[in-house]
Design a protein around this ligand. Structure first.
Ligand code: HEM
Length: 392
């Protein structure tokens, strides 16, 4: 039995009867244990000097970065952006000087660590037993601040580490994801936060049964002055015009807006984060096109409660849709794509993979990437299969 199968069966055993009855895709629903703090995580303590190339590279990289850090911090000018490239060149020279250039295999190790972290949620009785959904949301919120006109925002500088971006309403609860990923950062200090967060998004989608998301490293850590203004991420209480304003600003079209929204097959809303409550599907830790199917197949009615306006399914009253989700079956152009995805999961997987890969690379100068073509990171099942094939 592969590790992934073992994990899956463990998850299944935690499924409460009511959720398990409703869907073959259902994995589990454990009583919620919510860890919520508004504190921004402190920077990780400096690593004690080690003899490895990794530590040496990290040290030299930090020194190279330090040279221009102050200037960039106080400037938003083109010159500062150029300095950003100088930072990168400095880091790359440091890598060359120490002979430590992380290989794809090094990133696979980080990927595997992220999967361990994802699964540790079930021991902590967190949500539905996986940090996967909140990790994907972190990757998306760090990327979705991109503005194609000013070429600011996006995952490049991982500015959500800083105030006030860390405390923007849209980012409520993402401290959970940032905190748990610190364990990976500690073990692999050479990875930038932007690479770590987006790789976590990739691992979340892939390990929860979704398509491969092509990904490559190269993001660099920035400074507080590069943090983005509030209001760049979508407001769930709004309608089609708002969705278009937000996503067109990033460079996406209607089809991509719909494809990306299918991520709400995963996870749930939390009263103490967004104010909304509940999951979109009966299988919140499995990537399926159920979000689209349910939008069409169920009758959705406004929930009567003291919270923000949201919809609930008439039949079980246990699922939810945000006003911005419901817009996908009200707006003519959005509806066309939502229907295509409800009828064809393979098509959605293909389009979702492409749109998420684009999302995670918004705003990163091509010259920063360590490879011309994005990588396909193998899932843990695929890693096991290839190890077994090698043994034969
Ligand atoms: C279309 C506009 C979108 C709006 C208005 C929106 C809004 C929201 C809201 C209000 C929540 C609940 C947060 C909480 O209470 O914990 C949420 C959760 C989530 N969103 Fe979105 N979102 C949008 C697009 C996306 C996209 C593009 C992705 C990924 C590609 C995504 C992935 C997720 C995931 C995985 C969760 C669950 C997080 C968890 O379980 O902790 N969302 N979203």
């Amino acid at each position: 039995m592969s590790f992934a199968v073992l994990r899956a069966s463990f998850r299944k055993s935690a499924a409460p009867a009511n959720f398990a009855r409703r869907s073959v895709n259902t994995r589990f629903r454990v009583p919620a244990f919510r860890r919520f703090s508004t504190e921004t995580p402190p920077p990780p303590p400096p690593e004690p000097p080690k003899k490895s190339n990794t530590a040496l590279y990290a040290g030299l990289g930090a020194a190279a970065v330090g040279g221009v850090a102050f200037w960039i911090y106080y400037s938003q000018s083109d010159a500062a952006r150029t300095a950003g490239t100088a930072v990168k060149s400095g880091v790359q020279s440091a890598k060359a000087a120490t002979n430590f250039v992380p290989s794809k295999n090094d990133y696979v190790k980080v990927y595997n660590k992220i999967v361990d972290i994802m699964d540790s949620a079930s021991d902590k009785e967190y949500d539905d037993g996986s940090y996967g959904p909140v990790l994907l949301r972190l990757a998306w919120h760090s990327s979705g601040t991109y503005d194609k006109e000013s070429k600011t925002g996006g995952s490049n500088y991982a500015t959500m580490r800083f105030e006030p971006e860390a405390r923007h309403d849209a980012n409520a609860g993402l401290n959970v994801a940032r905190d748990v990923l610190e364990e990976a950062k500690k073990e692999f200090p050479w990875i930038s936060y932007g690479d770590l967060w987006t790789l976590a998004g990739v691992a979340a989608v892939q390990e929860m049964g979704g398509p491969h998301i092509p990904w490559r490293p190269g993001r660099i850590d920035g400074f507080a002055a590069q943090a983005t203004p509030d209001g760049r991420l979508p407001d769930a209480t709004q309608g089609a015009d708002h969705l278009r304003n937000i996503f067109y600003r990033m460079g996406f079209n209607d089809q991509e807006i719909v494809a990306l929204s299918g991520a709400h097959a995963l996870g749930r809303c939390h009263r103490d984060r967004s104010g909304f409550e509940g999951p979109w599907t009966f299988s919140p830790t499995t990537v399926t096109n159920d979000y689209f199917r349910l939008l069409f197949d169920e009758s959705w009615v406004w929930k009567k409660w003291d919270g923000p306006k949201q919809l609930e399914d008439k039949k079980t009253r246990s699922l939810m849709m945000l006003p911005t989700d419901y817009v996908l079956v009200q707006d003519k152009s959005f509806k066309k794509y939502a229907k295509l995805y409800a009828d064809n999961q393979d098509l959605w997987f293909k389009d979702f993979s492409k749109a998420v890969a684009t999302l995670f690379e918004l705003g990163i100068p091509t010259s920063q990437f360590v490879t011309a073509e994005p990588w396909i990171m193998p899932t843990q099942d695929e890693q096991t299969e290839s190890q077994e094939a090698e043994k034969k």
